[in-house]
Design a protein around this ligand. Structure first.
Ligand code: IPE
Ligand code: IPE
Ligand code: MG
Length: 244
């Protein structure tokens, strides 16, 4: 297995579907929430290592619009872990010049969570290091619908025929960042589960059986090595790409 070549392109924006927490716990005969608890150390590792390797943006899928369908006690536990992470991790992220943003419909969260999100975003807004985005109560379908509504609000007189991909792109979540170059999913499933379905149109996908609580710096590098071996054609032919 070759190692990461720092002279070759590094993905500017990486998206990660952090999956497998429940199975990690189950394998150890532990309750599922222990897997969610353990997930935080993988997040810390990946955030620090991404910044170190020069990744500009990292978007982590933490809770989907569909995850409300889980048993109530698991949802409650996930919410309390989210609040705890906001309370304990933000000052360190700020010290490390990380700009934190949360994407998704935050109106469904408790007021305490909403306040901590707002405070964290204000605190870190001028940071110039890694752009760290947490997708929470996020769904790609929700994102696209919100973008269409925002486009209509911005152009009340416009005709629907003016609604084009280029017209709505600026209204999607994270429109100010480059679209994800690399999407990593841990936990062995090979699906997108409603994560940034618009923005991932040309992302390179990397699936690994590693469960998220076991994911570490080396695993991140393996995904990036795989990325470096891909030919990104964006609709063109291989010959065209070679002469670019
Ligand atoms: C991902 O791990 C975390 C969330 C979706 C919140 P899972 O909880 O989905 O773990 P598995 O897939 O059941 O192992
Ligand atoms: C996707 O994982 C959502 C997050 C990782 C937050 P799920 O475990 O919810 O996805 P499915 O249900 O297996 O597709
Ligand atoms: Mg899962």
């Amino acid at each position: 297995m070759s190692s990461l070549d720092l002279t070759r392109p590094i993905p500017q924006h990486i998206g990660i579907i952090m999956d497998g927490n429940g199975r990690w716990a189950k394998k150890r005969f532990l309750p599922r929430y222990i897997g969610h608890q353990k997930a935080r150390s993988s997040v810390r590792k990946v955030v620090a290592h991404s910044a170190k390797l020069g990744v500009k943006a990292l978007t982590l899928y933490a809770f989907s619009t569909e995850n409300w369908k889980r048993p109530a006690d698991e949802v409650t536990k996930l919410m309390s872990l989210f609040l705890d992470a906001l309370q304990r991790e933000v000052s360190k992220l700020h010290e490390n010049n990380v700009r934190l943003r949360v994407i998704g419909d935050r109106s469904a969260f408790s007021l305490a969570i909403q306040e901590h999100i707002n405070d964290a975003e204000v605190l870190t807004n001028n940071n110039t290091g890694l752009a760290l985005n947490i997708a929470a109560n996020y769904g790609g379908r929700w994102d696209i619908v919100e973008a269409c509504k925002a486009w209509k609000d911005a152009h009340p007189e416009a005709d629907i025929s003016e609604l084009t991909p280029d017209a709505i792109s600026p209204f999607l979540a994270l429109a100010d960042l480059p679209e994800p170059d690399l999407m990593i999913r841990t936990g062995g499933e090979q699906r997108i589960s409603n994560f940034m379905i618009w923005q991932m149109a040309y992302a390179e996908f990397y699936f690994t059986d590693r469960l998220w609580p076991d994911f570490n710096e080396k695993d991140l590098e393996l995904a990036m090595v795989s990325y470096q071996q891909r030919e990104r054609r964006f609709g063109r032919t291989s010959e065209q790409v070679a002469t670019c």
